[in-house]
Design a protein around this ligand. Structure first.
Ligand SMILES: [Zn+2]
Length: 83
């Protein structure tokens, strides 16, 4: 399965991070791949000194089964409300 990923960690290694923040995606509709319960999704926004901004996503199970990992954000609409 091919997932759309905004991660470009290799390109980011050589420049300074000037801002990094993460927030929950409130309208995410993903599920935990381990137990099937609803999973939370977080978007991490990293801004670099050269002006680039990179978003990466991660998931976290809402039940304590321990799963966390990369996930694909599944939203209820197409509106891109990233910060
Ligand atoms: Zn789970």
């Amino acid at each position: 399965m091919k997932e759309r990923s905004p991660q470009q960690e290799d390109l980011a290694a050589s420049v300074n991070v000037v801002e990094q923040r993460s927030r929950e995606v409130l309208n995410h509709f993903g599920t935990c791949p381990r137990c099937g319960y609803a999973a939370q999704a977080f978007v991490k926004r990293t801004a670099y000194a050269d002006g680039r901004v990179i978003f990466s996503t991660s998931g976290l199970c809402a039940l304590p089964c321990g799963w966390s990992g990369p996930t694909t954000i599944t939203k209820m609409n197409d509106r891109d409300d990233l910060p």
